[in-house]
Design a protein around this ligand. Structure first.
Ligand SMILES: NC(=O)C1=CN([C@@H]2O[C@H](COP(=O)(O)OP(=O)(O)OC[C@H]3O[C@@H](n4cnc5c(N)ncnc54)[C@H](O)[C@@H]3O)[C@@H](O)[C@H]2O)C=CC1
Ligand SMILES: O=C([O-])CC(=O)C(=O)O
Length: 332
């Protein structure tokens, strides 16, 4: 029997990431090749014509899984009964800016949209915040949508996770699909900590540790980390626009694994509300290694954290604490 359609909200749908992600969702990259979807597209009035154009193109593409498109500038209409909300609406940074530099513009959007989601989305709606500063926007969204369960509000660090997989794959000249279990700890910012201490590569002789195969701790502790931390800025420098294709694809990966589950023995990175695991203070949205099953994520427990990692985990937590107070000062 055909499945009922799932309603997916995409905010900022007339923007770069929005334009890239809608066709991915309509092709089944987010929810599976047999899952019909209805797209709810939200943007603001100045982008209303462009949004209309996106809807026209979705119709023209005749996607078999796409059962309807609601394209609107009305946040209430956009949020009505949605099961998944991908929150991309906001302002991107330009060259030379840090992601927190878009804080004052973007956190107020998340405060305003929180209550529309709370009142009008499906009660079990899963929320992914993409717009920067992603962790802090997710925190603000939760704060102003208190009835949405904390575990349903997450932010995107899967792009950083995929970037780390990509860097290891390039360095070892192995296919990226054979590399797994890197971790992004902390903030989606230049203080994030890409950690390969538990990462492995599938080889014909079984799974091997990334650290042993790379055999260059200096590179892993320096250039590898900074390349992943600075990749967003490098893309902006090269394209004069921030990452869009890779952000859209990673957002699909995030939701797909959350809803359909992570493969056995594999974890991914998600920005989630800290429960105090690994000594990370509660009260911030922090990227952890997680596995997902039956639509629920859980933080991977019991990983050994060495002294080098400890300092990095703490530094990015500290930045998130500071961002939190900056966000509140922007809202006052
Ligand atoms: N977490 C992550 O890994 C990544 C996050 N980002 C962030 O995603 C966000 C979007 O990036 P792009 O698509 O490149 O930007 P963009 O400027 O191309 O598109 C953003 C869209 O949001 C719309 N918008 C603005 N205010 C809105 C509101 N109140 N409600 C609904 N829509 C609204 C704009 O009209 C625009 O169409 C930025 O904040 C960017 O920094 C980008 C890449 C990766
Ligand atoms: O760097 C930016 O501003 C966009 C972004 O978040 C990324 O590419 O990771």
């Amino acid at each position: 029997m055909a499945k009922n359609p799932i309603r997916v909200l995409v905010t900022g749908a007339a923007g770069q990431i929005g334009y890239a992600i809608v066709s991915m969702i309509a092709r089944g990259a987010m929810l599976g090749p047999d899952q019909p979807v209805i797209l709810h597209l939200l943007d603001i009035e100045p982008a209303a014509e462009a949004l209309k154009g996106v809807k026209m193109e979705l119709i023209d593409a005749a996607f078999p899984l796409l059962k309807g498109v609601v394209a609107t500038t009305d946040v209430v209409e956009a949020c009505q009964d949605v099961n998944i909300a991908v929150m991309i609406g906001g302002f991107p940074r330009n060259e030379g800016m840090e992601r927190k530099d878009v804080m004052s513009k973007n956190v107020s959007i998340y405060k305003a949209q929180a209550s529309a989601l709370e009142k009008h989305a499906a009660p079990d709606c899963k929320v992914l915040v993409v717009a920067n500063p992603a962790n802090t926007n997710a925190l603000i969204l939760k704060e102003f949508a208190p009835s949405i369960p904390e575990k349903n509000i997450t932010c995107l660090t899967r792009l950083d996770h995929n970037r780390a997989l990509g860097q290891i794959s390039e360095r070892l000249d192995v296919h990226v699909g054979n590399v797994k279990n890197v971790i992004i700890w902390g903030n989606h910012s230049s203080t994030q900590y890409p950690d390969v201490n538990h990462a492995t590569v599938a080889t014909c002789d079984g799974e091997k540790s990334v650290r042993e195969l790379v055999a260059d701790d200096h590179w892993l502790k320096t250039e590898f980390i900074t390349t992943v931390q600075q990749r967003g800025a490098a893309i902006i420098k090269a394209r004069k626009l921030s990452s869009a294709l890779s952000a859209a694809s990673s957002a699909c990966d995030h939701i797909r694994d959350w809803v359909l589950g992570t493969p056995k023995g594999t974890w991914v990175s998600m920005g989630v509300h800290s429960d105090g695991s690994y000594g990370v203070p509660p009260g911030i949205v922090y990227s952890f290694p997680v596995t997902c099953e039956k639509g629920e994520w859980s933080i991977v427990q019991g990983l050994k954290i060495d002294e080098f990692s400890r300092a990095k985990l703490d530094a990015t937590a500290q930045e998130l604490i500071e961002e939190k107070s900056l966000a509140y000062s922007c809202l006052n």
